[in-house]
Design a protein around this ligand. Sequence first.
Ligand SMILES: C[S@@+](CC[C@H](N)C(=O)[O-])C[C@H]1O[C@@H](n2cnc3c(N)ncnc32)[C@H](O)[C@@H]1O
Length: 251
Amino acid sequence: MLFLQDPAESKLQRLFQRVVSHLHRLTFSLTFPLYEWLYLLWSCPEMLPSLWRILSFSWGRDPYTAITRMPHDLREHRHPDDLVYGEIILPTFDRILRSLQLGATDRFVDLGCGRGRLVMMAAARGIRAHGIELVPLHLRCAKYAASPYLPLASFEQADILQADLSQATVFWASGTCWSDPLREQIAARIAQLLPNTRVISVSSPLPHPQLETLCTFYGWTTWGRDAFFLQRVLPKPQEALPPASFPSLGT
Ligand SMILES: C[S@@+](CC[C@H](N)C(=O)[O-])C[C@H]1O[C@@H](n2cnc3c(N)ncnc32)[C@H](O)[C@@H]1O
């Protein structure tokens, strides 16, 4: 049976979809900052001055269009999806961070740290944290926001495929939009590191046989609810490794 599309109805549907999409964006852009501020006020006030500086720096410098102001030579030969921007909501990150039970000997590295919010949150929790990012505007924002308040946070403008990764014990990879080649290459780099080095990868696990998935968390990002995969580097066949301890599963 053939159903002819009613043009009036489809116009109405399109209008409805646009309204829903605007409402969705409005809800996200109002609710999440409010949720974050209240959460941090209650549980991590050390983070608030830096968060305020991120906001003031980003006024008129939208992080979502930062790549359009990026030097052409840095953009050249890159897959357009690799530099798509988005952020993890801080209470979600904080919950995952705490379940990792990091200590003084750990070093957290955010691969593609954007404006550096996760690095700052980890530093505010007393963890040495480092962010690597290619887009200069993000880096300027991160350094401006962190430097006066969070001495445990550091940042570097570099390509994650070339930067020195050897000092990290835990990586964060918000690579939801990264192209397959970028995901495969960064997975191969991490797989070469010391056994038990951990990585949290957003949306899907990093693809490499030396990376074992330990557990999955669920939480909020600026693009909606998503999955977070905790992986660790397996020992090479001749190396022995203590049994993995599993953090409690998030909901
Ligand atoms: C989705 S954003 C994540 C921001 C932050 N990590 C967070 O989760 O809130 C991904 C970031 O990876 C950066 N990126 C992509 N490819 C990169 C590369 N080869 N080297 C360094 N940074 C890269 C992008 O510029 C972007 O800022």
